[in-house]
Design a binder for this molecule. Structure first.
Ligand code: SAH
Ligand code: MG
Length: 954
């Protein structure tokens, strides 16, 4: 086990991890062995030649001098090791506090540590500093055998950790680390400093054997080494660019960096902590402007240092933001250094792209975009459904990454089981770790298990509620989110609350320049408690960079001026945008709740030029329609296509950071080029659509499908009443209106209202096509109109129709809105008849059984209240609830009501699958009072209108 790693972990957390504790006590005498156990998947089918899919889990054996223990199995190796260590700790009764030194003890240890580095024994040990010594003794001249103080600050994790205990400020300030180490050097009698410089060496000579062993170990010249690093200028106006470090022929890498930073030598640079992956050597290097002063004091020359005027250091905002430390002046980000085991210099290029990806990782939705490899297409969804439709990392993982990126504590999830409130379990560090892997599996398996928010009076037993806390490194609260919602599964509660915090953070990050006073109220609206002071302290660099960035991007935007992208592929027709669509309409199209798989290419195009520059492409990208999982324009495009169709659209450039993060290798080239007058061009093709859960269920059980049966029900009613005008409230993509064209009816005028533009556009296209084609000459329909509006608002143009339909709509509204709609429609729209359908909640158990056979938690499924059919449903009523609503409503407005339904039978339990109420007006319309007053009110927006002039003239 890596000593470096365990110590780093120990210092970062208020309590060390079990492994770190074991290390403190047993050092290298602790021996971990992990065993991989292959488990064949459960559905093993005898006689199959094809190997079954296997999962592997790990078990860890830990051998200590006094004890051997074995862990449970875990899906991650790390978890198994920590668990084994935890068992050993419990068995041995080790207390974690014994090993936490006081600042004074840490100070003594630091002095001892620095002295220890300059000894014969150290030279023959293995440590990243050995590489530096090797260079030091290969050097000729003044600095023979000397280390720059920056080498210790950069490489010795132990010294760094001690500094953090002595002065917590060193956590965020590399300069203070160097000052402390320097002080320790001066205290130690065995090391000396060069006059006026920050080079240090052993006071006396080394033994010849120690020197020889050092030189023997590494004597091969590495030849020609050039690597790409990133130059981050202090001034935010200057571009971040790559630069090449040349460390050929064993040249000392710190010297090369010093040269590039324009400082005298490598003792005058400061080094940040590791940025990015912990396993990398990626660090920021920047000038130590205090160096001459520190050095002069060290050699007891209190007089002013000649030629050096103390400069006020200027914060490098970008570098500070990246590292969460104070970085001053121009900085270089390089991935180079000596590692523990290997004697060779380790180095890796850093591309501009990876720099921009690191930046992207720091915003709440960045990791989501990155891990979906869809930087320019994906967005953090706006709703969470922990079932197979959720793609990408779970909200909990996303939140953990966010906290890590900002060097905060791991988020704390406190789950409360409402059945036994005393057992509020705060997941401890350890158990959180082991759980998280289990939880992830659970989400992947929870196919079809929509997150069911059980309404308050139903969540009697086994309901979970979760609170999330985000704490600073020093355990001060920053954000606390207490959700009132309860969930049937613990994991749903955790994921949903993590999601809530994420969405909130994401919103906040888009407006980080808001005044701090507003921050508090910004959280309140969402059950989120913000501690503005702690927040602004922790996010100080973040706030400063975003403040500046916003100005910066404003400038950039205005330079784009009135860039109006001329979109050759989008036609304006009747005020709505139509895409130029390629391919035949297959009739299978994405609808809300359906999982859609697309391929796409995003290219950078300069206005007026034909060449395209591909930035991002995906052959298969799957997302759920209606959850905001992709950028708006992309979803708007996709919902107008059917399977196998393709289309193209253009959008204005998003921020340059995003483009460079997506650009891959070409980022270097792009960063210098001017993006003025460029736009992004998306080419999209729909590959597959799998229907929403609701549709799947309805189709699995009914033939013809329930949706068809609902329409047939409406048609029968229309013909029976000889209606000529019909309004479809919540028409969606026009399924009812479309089918009406195919039936022979008495209807002459059809009107659809919805507030979904996407649905309306789809409806307009289909109706337009069908009405214009000759095959429908026999239809009686003369006029068709589509409006954009909310059916809870009255529009006088829809007053007094013969029939109103409202099929499977009310459950998509909040209950009070559904009630409002009922009142508005019967009191103001006053149709002769109104047909309302909505799911029968009691029927759900049958639907679920038919589509999700032998689920692992089948028994639980039966006892617990059932899920809704579609996650967009705000409620689903039992027959009794629906009857009560409809009966009261009819009574209030002088209508009669009759109950019916489709799917199943009204006489057999549990009734129809889809319940229907038919309202008929009793009184004459003239008695209605409201509509005259509101005659002029026409809030709906006309989306599309079709009249058959030839036929209406007949
Ligand atoms: N009636 C259609 C669509 C049902 S889906 C069918 O049977 O296929 C529910 C529809 O109700 C969605 O298209 C949604 O946009 C719409 N809707 C929800 N609330 C609405 C409101 N307040 N006003 C208008 N439409 C609404
Ligand atoms: Mg519905």
């Amino acid at each position: 086990m890596g000593t470096q790693e365990s110590l780093a972990v120990a210092a970062k957390r208020p309590t060390p991890t079990p492994k770190a504790l074991i290390y403190q006590k047993f050092g290298s005498k602790a021996c971990y062995r992990t065993e991989e156990i292959l488990q064949s998947a459960d559905n093993d089918c005898l006689g199959l030649v094809i190997p079954q899919q296997t999962n592997s889990v790990y078990r860890c054996y830990l051998d200590l001098p006094e004890l051997s223990v074995t862990s449970d199995t875990f899906s991650r190796k790390k978890d198994a090791e920590q668990a084994a260590a935890q068992i050993a700790i419990e068995k041995l009764g080790i207390q974690s506090t014994i090993n936490n030194p006081t600042p004074q003890e840490a100070w003594n240890e630091l002095v001892a540590r620095v002295s220890g580095v300059f000894t014969d024994e150290f030279l023959s040990s293995s440590h990243p500093l050995i590489g530096h010594f090797r260079v030091a003794f290969g050097r000729v001249g003044d600095y023979y055998g000397m280390l720059p103080i920056s080498a210790i600050a950069a490489c010795d994790v132990k010294a760094n950790n001690l500094c953090k205990i002595i002065d917590p400020k060193t956590e965020s300030d590399p300069l203070s680390v160097t000052s402390l180490i320097l002080k320790a050097v001066k205290m130690s009698g065995s090391i000396c400093l060069t006059d006026g410089k920050l080079w240090i060496q052993k006071q006396g000579p080394y033994s010849p054997e120690a020197l020889q062993s050092l030189l023997d170990r590494y004597s091969v010249s590495m030849g020609c080494i050039q690597l790409e690093a990133i130059h981050i200028p202090c001034s935010i106006e200057e571009h971040v660019e790559t630069l090449t470090l040349d460390v050929s022929d064993n040249q000392y890498y710190l010297d090369e960096i010093a040269k590039k930073l324009n400082v005298a030598d490598s003792s005058q640079i400061l080094v940040s902590r590791t940025v990015g992956k912990a396993s990398s050597e990626m660090k920021l290097y920047f000038p130590n402007l205090e160096a001459p002063f520190l050095a002069s004091i060290s050699s007891d020359i209190h007089a002013n240092v000649e030629g050096n005027i103390k400069m006020e250091p200027i914060l490098n905002k970008r570098a500070s933001y990246l590292s969460c430390q104070n970085i001053y002046g121009d900085a270089i980000l390089a991935n180079i250094g000596y590692k523990w085991k290997s004697p060779d210099l380790f180095y890796e290029d850093i591309s501009l792209c990876s720099y921009y990806r690191m930046l992207l990782n720091k915003v709440p939705d960045g990791y989501y975009k990155l891990s979906r490899e869809a930087i320019l297409a994906a967005e953090l969804p706006t709703s969470f459904t922990p079932r197979s439709n959720w793609k990408g990392p779970t909200p909990r993982d996303l939140l953990c990454v966010f906290c890590r990126q900002h060097r905060l504590s791991e988020p704390i999830f406190s789950v409360r089981s409402l059945s036994s409130p005393e057992t509020s379990s705060e997941l401890s560090e350890m158990c959180k770790k082991s759980k998280s892997s289990k939880l992830n599996e659970e989400i992947e398996m929870a196919d079809g298990g929509a997150a069911d928010v059980i309404d308050k009076d139903m969540g009697k037993s086994g309901s979970f509620r979760c609170e999330v806390k985000i704490l600073s490194r020093s355990q001060e609260p920053i954000v606390v989110c207490s959700l009132a919602d309860t969930y049937r599964k613990e994991n749903d509660a955790i994921q949903s609350s993590a999601f809530k915090v994420l969405v909130w953070l994401n919103k906040l990050f888009k407006q980080l320049d808001m005044p701090m006073e507003k921050l508090f109220s910004f959280g309140c609206a969402e059950d989120i408690n913000v501690y503005p002071l702690n927040f602004s302290r922790e996010f100080a660099t973040c706030l400063s960079i975003y403040g500046v960035k916003q100005n910066y991007s404003l400038k950039r935007c205005s330079s784009l001026g009135s860039l109006c992208i001329n979109q050759p592929h989008i036609k304006q027709e009747n005020g709505m945008i139509l895409l130029n669509i390629e391919g035949r309409d297959s009739g299978v199209f994405p609808s809300p709740g359906s999982l859609t798989c697309i391929s796409y290419v995003v290219a950078l195009v300069r206005k007026g030029e034909s060449s395209k520059y591909c930035l991002e492409s995906n052959d298969e990208f799957e997302f759920e329609i209606g959850t905001g999982a992709v950028i708006n324009q992309l979803e708007a495009c996709v919902t107008q296509l059917s399977v196998n169709q393709a289309a193209q659209f253009s959008i204005e450039l998003p921020s340059k950071d995003l483009i460079l993060a997506a650009a891959g290798e070409s980022a270097k080239h792009l960063s210098r080029s001017n993006l003025w007058n460029c736009y992004l061009d998306y080419t999209v093709k729909v590959l597959r659509v799998s229907e929403a859960l609701e549709d799947r269920m309805e189709q699995a059980l009914f033939s013809p499908p329930l949706s068809k049966q609902r329409v047939q029900f409406a048609v029968a009613h229309i013909n029976e009443s000889r209606a000529t005008t019909l309004v479809d409230f919540g028409c969606g993509s026009g399924s009812l209106l479309e089918l009406l064209l195919e039936h022979t009816t008495t209807i002459e005028k059809i009107v659809g209202v919805d507030l979904s533009r996407k649905g309306l556009i789809r409806a307009a296209k289909i109706l337009h096509q069908k009405l214009s084609s000759n095959s429908l000459m026999q239809t009686s329909i003369r006029t068709a109109v589509l409006y954009d509006g909310s059916i809870t608002d009255f529009d006088a143009r829809l007053y007094g129709f013969d029939v109103g339909t409202c099929l499977e709509v009310i459950e998509h509204m909040e209950e009070d809105q559904a009630c409002l709609f009922g009142d508005v429609v019967l009191s103001s729209f006053c149709p002769n008849a109104l047909i309302v359908s909505t799911p029968n909640y009691e029927y759900n158990s049958i639907l679920h059984r038919s589509t999700i056979p032998n689920k692992e938690d089948d028994s639980e499924e039966k006892s617990a209240p059932c899920k809704f059919r579609n996650h967009d449903h705000k409620f689903e009523w039992t027959r009794e609830q629906f009857n009560r609503w409809a009966t009261d409503l009819a009574l209030r407005h002088n209508y009669s009501v009759e109950f019916s339904g489709v799917g199943g039978s009204g006489d057999v339990e549990p009734g129809f699958a889809s319940q229907i109420a038919v309202f008929r007006r009793n009184s004459s319309r003239e008695a209605g009072k409201c509509w005259k007053m509101e005659e002029s009110s026409q809030p709906y927006e006309l989306i599309w209108e079709w009249t058959d002039s030839s036929r209406s003239a007949l």
